[in-house]
Design a protein around this ligand. Sequence first.
Ligand SMILES: *Cc1c(COP(=O)(O)O)cnc(C)c1O
Length: 218
Amino acid sequence: MEIQKQIKELLSTLPENVSLVAVSKTKPNEDLEAAYEAGQRIFGENKIQEMTQKWESLPKDIEWHMIGHVQTNKVKYMAPYVALIHGVDRYKLLKEINKQAAKNKRVIDCLLQMHIAQEDTKFGFNRAELEAVILDLKTNPLPNIRITGLMGMATFTNNEDQIRSEFKSLKNTSDWLQNHLQDAKTVSIGMSGDYKIAIEEGSTMIRVGSKIFGSRNY
Ligand SMILES: *Cc1c(COP(=O)(O)O)cnc(C)c1O
């Protein structure tokens, strides 16, 4: 019941242009089914094997988003069904996604992950690297991928000003990107602790886990 209440509450407060990814990593199918009953159709996972098992056993109108770091050799397992890959942080990965998407006669939507946090443990491109990739794609198009926007994670801190300025920098890059790629409208920022700030700073897609499903036991 608690899960359904959280979903309904979140959905009723989100601006119309912001979509909700329910981050269900580590959670059992029953929890996803509860969210599904409340109307939730987009789920985010960060482990390929877990996501594939859930895809196999849950309703087929669910959109599965890969939100974690993706190893190149794992792309083939999600290529048949994944709806959006959030964490694309290197050109080599884009090429592999393109190859596996072609094998499945699909075009796979991807977000490029930007490094906006101070911690150096978080993956992602800096602005110059992003510009280089976009330039490269103009000369060497990858027809089976579609870049639909950017994703980022703010520093894990209580300092709201810092979180806000990191989100602002990603939004700024997103504005630049949209001048080069019309499809790249998605701004995937905001998690349980910072989604309100993210929405104020231009998020169009929030990824919320613990607020919906409770804390995770790893
Ligand atoms: C786990 C995770 C989330 C959700 O985090 P919560 O704080 O539980 O909302 C969002 N994005 C990514 C990339 C994650 O790995």
